[in-house]
Ligand binder design. Structure first.
Ligand code: GAR
Length: 194
């Protein structure tokens, strides 16, 4: 069974969906660690409630990205983590983690990439008045929400859509899609013995 670490910055509803999928037996993985760059985030409370180890840090307490990523890497090594699962982690992954986890980092983003990368993807979609947006799961590279796309699912945007209603729709899709895609990626990596 693969060991995974989930990285989050906020509410952690996708982290919860991953934990629930493991409990339900639909995701064959060990969630070894939560990494969170906001010690006050609700994601940390979820880790405590579920008995998951966590590493919470503040970026500004380190001289640079390499500083905190080296500390994260030490934790990932300690917990024998095989894959990094980004779930609302609002920082770019740097060379330290990218080289150690080459091809073994995936991310979920609330738009149909390459449309609306970066922050506030749902706000960007509403401002652009698109009729359809969605969710993308992709491998992570050095760019902002770039990297090879693994799966996408569309979400229709209604005339009277607000950020809250769109967020609800997107989250509903994410909470089903992400655990299923993680399962697919982990099982195909097992077949390829990575
Ligand atoms: C999710 O909608 C995820 O797609 C998005 O952050 C949200 C986190 O929600 N990620 C990005 O925007 C990455 N660029 P959560 O904390 O409730 O899981």
């Amino acid at each position: 069974m693969r060991n995974i670490a989930v990285f989050a910055s906020g509410n952690g509803s996708n982290f919860q969906a991953i934990l629930d999928a493991v409990k339900a037996g639909v995701l064959d993985a060990n969630v070894k660690l939560l990494v969170c760059d906001q010690p006050d985030a609700f994601a940390v409370e979820r880790a405590k409630a579920e008995g998951v180890n966590f590493f919470a840090f503040r970026g500004k307490e380190y001289p640079n990205k390499q500083g905190y990523e080296q500390e994260i890497l030490a934790r990932l090594t300690e917990f024998e983590v095989d894959w990094i699962i980004l779930a609302g982690y609002m920082r770019l992954i740097g060379p330290t983690l990218l080289s150690a986890f080459d091809g073994r980092i995936i991310n979920i983003h609330p738009s149909l990439l390459p449309a609306f990368p970066g922050k506030d993807a749902m706000g960007q979609a509403l401002a652009a008045k698109v009729k359809v947006s969605g969710v993308t799961v992709h491998f992570v590279d050095e760019g902002m929400d770039t990297g090879p796309i693994i799966a996408q699912e569309t979400v229709e945007i209604a005339e009277d859509e607000t950020i809250e209603t769109l967020q609800n729709k997107i989250h509903q899709v994410e909470h089903q899609l992400y655990p299923a895609v993680i399962q697919m990626v982990l099982s195909s990596s097992r077949r390829n013995s990575k």
